[in-house]
Ligand binder design. Sequence first.
Ligand code: URA
Length: 237
Amino acid sequence: MLVRLDKFLTEAKVGSRSEVKNYIKKGLVSVNGIPALKPETKIETKKDKVEYQGEVIAEKRFVYYMLNKPKGVVSATVDNVNQTVVSLIKEKYQDELFPVGRLDKDTEGLLLLTNDGQLAHDLLSPKKHVDKTYYALIRGYVTNSEVEKFKEGLDIGEKKPTMPADLSILQPGDVSEIQVTICEGKFHQVKRMFQAVDKEVIYLKRISMGRLNLDKNLQPGEYRQLSESEIQMLKEK
Ligand code: URA
């Protein structure tokens, strides 16, 4: 793609637009080894080698991180009171990152963070019905009748009942271990679905989104970049 040199350098985070214009005029930027003195110089991003003070500047790219969100951190870019998920990702482009959807402050697990607005939009679009699977601990015995109710859809106080959800009982008990897959993303949806059957969620963790699974090696608060195949998988959903 052909772009102006000053725009390319700004997007690559070398400096603000006016700073990079100055660097260019001072001869600190070269294209294919030759100082480029005009900010409006056009470069071919895939072919031309751009250097600032001898350092090769890579094309701005999209980045994708999988975070195992810990409790107590909010799914936001800024917050005056609480720590945000974005503040945990101490990497280049941190200031452009945003979480793809939200997990409640007390929910743990898989949260995707990216600067790719299109992918985020596609994954969150209500029309796409991306499956989200949660592991949860529920106060009280969860029964097969509740499995059926989740399948039929529940009234959680919205205009329409929830779409069919796949509830599996992993271990019934005074505190039941369950797994549930929903294909919507309504506010507090899992908690409200259990409330609708008079039960309370006492621990909630997202373990997958679409075909992307939470990496079991990530402790709460840890993150890693998605692999190329994981990014592809998300785009294909
Ligand atoms: N459902 C909830 O109730 N909370 C979450 O964080 C995610 C899904």
